[in-house]
Design a protein around this ligand. Sequence first.
Ligand SMILES: [Fe+2]
Length: 434
Amino acid sequence: MENRDLRFAAFSAAVAITAFGPLYWAPRETSWFMGYRFWLLIAAVVISEVLAVFVSASGSMSLAYPLFVATSVLFGPIGGALAGMASMVPNLFARPRMTPSKFLFNTGQMMLTASVPGWVYVLLQGRPLAISPLVLSDIRGLALPLLAAAVVGVLVNFLLASLAIRLLYDVPLRKSWRDSFMWMIPSQLALGLVGLAIAQIVAVLGAAGFALFATPLVVARQVHQRYVDLKEAYSGTIRSLVAAIEAKDPYTKGHSVRVARYAVAIARGLDLRDEEVERIEYASLLHDLGKVGISRALLAKESALTDSEFNQIRQHPDIGAHILETVPFLADVRPIVQYHHERIDGAGYGQGIAGDAIPLAARILAVADSYDAMTSERPYRHALTHEDAVSELTAGVDRQFDADVVQAFIAAMPAMSEPAAGTLTEEGVALTHA
Ligand SMILES: [Fe+2]
C-alpha cells in the first residue's frame, strides 16, 4: 500500500468514526422512526441519488442535500445520519468497484453532511420539527438556528470533499475550492433553504406537502442535466478541434493544452472573472486552429521559410477566426484567436494593431504561447531553459509583450506545476463524492 493510500485510509476511518461516534449522545426520540414521513424522505434520498447528474467521469451532483437538511431538522441528527447512509445505497450498485476506503469515506461524509444540520439545530434550539412544527411566533427565534443548520451542512460537505481530494490527488485545498466548489456553494445553499421549507411543510402537511416539492426538484434536476450535457457537447467540440490541429501539425502535440494551462494561470493571477478565464482557456486550446488551412509540408518544413511561405503562415490567425465564425458558442473566442500574434509595438502579424487595441485576452495568450514555444524542443532548435525563456519574455516587455501580463505569468509560475482541478484539460475532480 502506498503512503498516500494509507493516509487516505486513516482519514476515511477518522471521518467514519466522527460520523458514527457522536450519534451515541444524540437525542433519542424514536417515535418518528416507524412513521411514514421518515420513510418517505429516505425513499426520496435514494431516488435523488439514482437520478444524480454526472458532472464528469469521477464526480456527480445530486439533489440529496435539501432532503438531508429536511430529514435532519425534522428528525434530529440520527434521522439525518440514516438519510446520509441511505444515499450510499445506490452507489453500491452504480460504482461497485469503489475501494473500501473510498466507500468508508463517502459514507462518513454523507452521514456528517446529513447529520450536522440536525446537530446544529438541536444544539441551538432543542426540538426537531417532527416533534414540534414551527408556529408563526417561533419564526424569529428559530430562523437563525435553521439557517445555520443549512449553511454548516454545505460547509462540512465541501470541506471533507476538498480534504479527500487533497489526500488522494494532491490538489491543494484552495485550488479545489476556487476551481470546483465556489460555483457550487451558492446553489447548494439555496437547496439547503429549500430543505428547510420541505421540513416545515412535511411537519405540518405530511406526504401531501412533500408532493408539492418533488416536482420542482425534479424539474431543477432536469435543467441541471441539460446544462451539464450542453457543457459536455461544448468540450467535445473543442476537443475534436484540438485533435484536428494536432493531426495536422504534429509539432504542436500537447502545445495547446500547455498554453491553455499557462494562460488560465495568468488570467487568474490578473483576477479576471470566471467567464473570461473560460473564454481564454477555449481560445488557448484553439489558437492555432487556422493551421488546418496551411499545407502539412509547410508546417513541417525544417529549413528557413521564403517570404511567400512566411506570408502563408501569417494567415493562420485569420483562418482560425474565420472557422470560428461558424461555431456560435465560440463567437466571443474569435477575437482572441485572431489577435494572438499581435505585438504591443504594432509589429506583429494579423491586423498589425498595437498596445491596448489588442484585447487583454490576446495579450495573455501571446505570452503563454511564446513561453511554450520557447521551452519546447523543435527540429531546428533546442528548447530554452525556463530561466532563459523568462528573460526573453522580460526583454520583450513593451515591445512584444504586455508588462502586466509578463509579471502575472512570472508570479503564477510556481503554482503551475500543481495539477489542475476540474478544467477541460484535466480529468474532473469529484464533487460531492470522492
Ligand atoms: Fe499561432
